[in-house]
Design a protein around this ligand. Sequence first.
Ligand code: PLP
Length: 230
Amino acid sequence: MATIDQTLHQVRARVARACSAAHRDVQSVTLLAVSKTFGADAIREAFTAGQRDFGENYVQEALEKMSALADLRGELRWHLIGAVQSNKTRDIAQHFDWVHCIDRLKIAQRLSAQRPPDRPPLQLCIQVNVSGEASKSGVVPADAVALALGIAELPRERVRLRGLMSVPEPQQGFEAQRRPHRALRELLAAANERGLALDTLSMGMSADLEAAIHEGATIVRVGTAIFGSR
Ligand SMILES: *Cc1c(COP(=O)(O)O)cnc(C)c1O
């Protein structure tokens, strides 16, 4: 079985190839290692291999790993990529660096109010439901710009709206995979035409990171290809 060091090298090579095919600087894409269901030891192994950004879906699970990795505090960046429950916002505001799945102004307001003033601003993305399935979370595309304008009014020293995030329905084939990512890129452009300065597209996972990078992803969220199947 491949080690995490090896799988990370493979994923970095995929990112580099995709950047080069898209005529993009490899530095313009951040690899977010999605460590949900894997333990603190796996994260430590990835850290030793140079990985710094980690994505978790569940707050409680993440807090346990953060405390097991307290010696690395300040060197890791923790991203929440799962649904935000309003009774968890205080923990999130205290312990995370990024939250990718904002879908209501009320949640952003709570995070803003609860972000400790001695910490840098919490970085936020709005999750957009680009595939339009009833079961998926995220705002419908038509509501994304209005929500972005609302969040951008919150105090910038507490929360900073950075961009958009999506989890599209899985598609086979490069062209089909590109479509939802292109839609998210166009939505970001529409928000910026309304006066915002968003710079982040959090899109692309193990199966479609190439298509996402082709369409402008700045953060790819990769779990299985690094840590193995869950
Ligand atoms: C689990 C998860 C990922 C990683 O998916 P893989 O297919 O394992 O790479 C990315 N984003 C979100 C929101 C996830 O829940």
